[in-house]
Design a binder for this molecule. Structure first.
Ligand code: F6R
Length: 615
């Protein structure tokens, strides 16, 4: 879970790499480093901290000249985040230098062998072992760098996206991929390497995404040579044209990416609908789904696998799929599912949900489901991501790049896609009446307007945040469709503000959490007008009786909860089935403002990374 960047061409490599690393900081930000070839030797700087700290380190001493270089921003796996463990890593001769995103699982046995042969290690990382293994093979076998990388990678177990160069041959960079993403930007006599396309988007729209177990030798003045790491088979490069633009990956006047992404939700939900939801004509048409509808409607059950926020979106879908389409649904943490020998048959459909499309546990769950013969459908945001390629078919959420580490627009667009699928299946199966189907289509179509309306409460929510920002604990309650929203609200608060928060189904409160309630405890209750309204009002009464402080999410015009609650956050009225798309909004804003008031790093909370490519 690190970010890697590289450049070889005719421009100064330093600014390209530094800017690229800043765009990739969402992937990890506990240390950063850069290695440049200055025309005669490698200039290397690295440090614990963020890319700005790296810039300060560079300013202290190295020259930034040169048009070949690699850089790295790290999320530590082996070895604590410190200067020494930061990438790039040199080989013992000082000729080779490497950056690596991933884990070499058998590094310790390789390290022992290399130590026996006289190699000395300066860091605790698996990566330093890999670069020395490459060096040893290069020397011993008398082969070129590309071949040495290939032989070395056939000896390692683990995951990697690597870039390595040799100062004795400074016209090429060798890259390889297994389990971690790697994109190559192709310009005019220049090449860019990165974990995603964002570092090079202003220079070229042409990119090659390496597949797992592929490597490439990128040499100036020659076309890229791609081959399979295991079989040596040459692969013809497939150059894709990217649709991404630079505005999509900049903050656009907002203080944080998270806030920008919260405010983008009306627009991106519309993007998710585009060409797929034709409300007036009563049509939902999802390209990836059409041909596989029989698989879904004849399935014994749907198993949803995901992690974190994506898992919460899956929980919402459990309600819609069962309610409308009458298909049994199980929602599983991918990390548990993959290790517990689950019962899966060819009659099951597995839906994998992932913003990044790179989450290691979700990927492993997909592989397991495929081995057992299930049909696997992916719901991803990142186009071309590993999960989108590993699944049999799927639907993109079209939320655009989500840079803030805490997921916001990814969540609402995932629910949007899942809701469209559930409605479509119910319609095909005939488990929903025509009038109900048409009503939901029209209501779904108005969701972007309702989300925009919910965002208008921002100033009031900010005031509420002021009151509660110093509370050490929060409880979030919701029922039915809004139970997953309570979980998501609590997750948002803890990950960006570091305040402990728990989400609970409101009725479960009596079975334990009620003991926590006293005058210090803020309880955020989703109390919108729904089937459960009366019951939630009773839950609120129970909290009030114990002097808890109530912050309620209510439907516009509500009076009963308003009288009981200490604070309310209003959302427009929608059918209950669609409420998660609007009730989530005030909870995102509440966490955001609390985190800002506490001076937290909202876009890059401590210990987290945007895409969790390790288990
Ligand atoms: C929370 C968050 C994480 C991710 C989780 C899964 O805000 O972002 O919980 O939802 O790591 O990531 P994806 O969806 O990329 O598989």
């Amino acid at each position: 879970m690190c970010g890697i960047v590289g450049y070889i061409g005719h421009r100064e490599a330093y600014p390209i790499i530094i800017n690229g690393l800043k765009r990739l900081e969402y992937r990890g930000y506990d240390s950063a480093g850069i290695a440049l070839y200055d025309g005669s030797k490698i200039q290397l700087a690295k440090t614990k901290g963020k890319v700005v700290d790296l810039e300060a380190e560079v300013a202290k001493g190295i020259t930034t000249k040169g048009s070949l270089g690699i850089g790295h921003t790290r999320w530590a796996t082996h070895g604590v985040p410190n200067d020494v463990n930061s990438h790039p890593h040199y080989s013992n001769s000082g000729d080779l230098v490497i950056i690596h995103n991933g884990i070499i699982e058998n590094y310790s046995s390789i390290k022992k062998e290399l130590i026996k042969r006289g190699y000395v290690f300066h860091s605790d990382t698996d990566t330093e072992v890999l670069v020395n293994l490459i060096e040893e093979i290069k020397k011993k076998e008398g082969v070129k760098l590309g071949k040495a990388v290939q032989i070395a990678l056939n000896q390692v177990v683990g995951a990697y996206a690597i870039a390595v160069f040799d100062q004795k041959k400074p016209n090429e960079i060798v890259v390889a991929k297994l389990g971690s993403p790697l994109a190559i930007g192709v310009g005019e006599d220049e090449f860019f390497i990165a974990s995603d396309a964002s570092p090079f988007i202003e220079f070229t729209n042409n990119a090659i995404y390496l597949e797992d177990e592929q490597m490439a030798v990128i040499r100036l003045g020659r076309e890229i040579r791609i081959r399979k790491i295991k079989s040596d088979k040459r692969i013809k490069p497939f150059v894709q044209e990217l649709k991404l633009n630079i505005e999509q990956i900049e903050k656009g006047g907002y203080d944080h990416f998270m806030l920008k992404e919260i405010y983008e939700q009306p627009a991106v939900i519309k993007d998710t609908f585009r060409g797929r939801l034709l409300a007036d004509q009563g049509i939902i048409k999802l390209g990836g789904l059409e041909e596989f509808i029989p698989k879904f409607v004849n399935a014994d059950r749907i198993i949803i696998v995901a992690c974190g926020t994506s898992w919460h979106a899956g929980l919402v879908a459990e309600y819609t799929f069962e309610d409308w389409a009458r298909i049994p649904v199980e929602v599983e943490y991918a990390s548990e599912f993959r290790y517990r020998n689950p019962v899966i048959t060819e009659k099951d459909v597995v839906i994998a949900i992932s913003q990044s499309g790179e989450t290691a546990d979700t990927l492993a769950a997909i592989k397991l489901a495929k081995e057992k013969g299930a049909f696997v459908y992916g719901i991803c945001n990142v186009v071309g991501s590993t999960i989108s390629r590993e699944t049999h078919s799927g639907t993109y959420t079209h939320a655009g790049p989500e840079i803030g580490v805490a997921s916001t627009k990814a969540f609402t667009t995932q629910i949007t896609v899942l809701t469209m699928i559930a409605l479509k299946l119910a319609h095909v199966k005939g488990t929903i009446s025509r009038s109900d189907y048409m009503m939901h289509l029209r209501e779904l179509d108005t969701i972007p307007t309702h989300v925009a309306k919910a965002l208008e409460s921002n100033d009031e929510i900010k005031e509420i945040a002021k009151v509660f920002k110093d509370s050490p604990n929060f409880l979030y309650l919701g029922r039915g469709y809004n139970f997953p929203v309570a979980l998501e609200g609590a997750l948002k608060l803890k990950e960006i503000s570091y305040i402990h928060a728990e989400g609970y189904p409101a009725a479960e409160m009596k079975h334990g959490p009620i003991a926590l309630i006293d005058e210090q405890m803020p309880v955020v209750v989703v109390a919108i007008n729904s089937n459960h309204y009366g019951k939630v009002v009773s839950n609120i009464e129970e909290i009030k009786a114990r002097k808890g402080k109530i912050i309620a999410v209510v439907t516009q015009g509500d009076t009963a909860v308003r009288e009981l609650a200490d604070y309310v956050m209003e959302v427009p009225k929608t059918p209950e089935t669609l409420t998660p798309l609007v009730t989530t909004i005030p909870l995102q804003l509440l966490s955001y403002h609390i985190a800002v008031m506490l001076n937290r790093n909202v876009d890059q909370p401590r210990n987290l990374a945007k895409s969790v490519t390790v288990e």
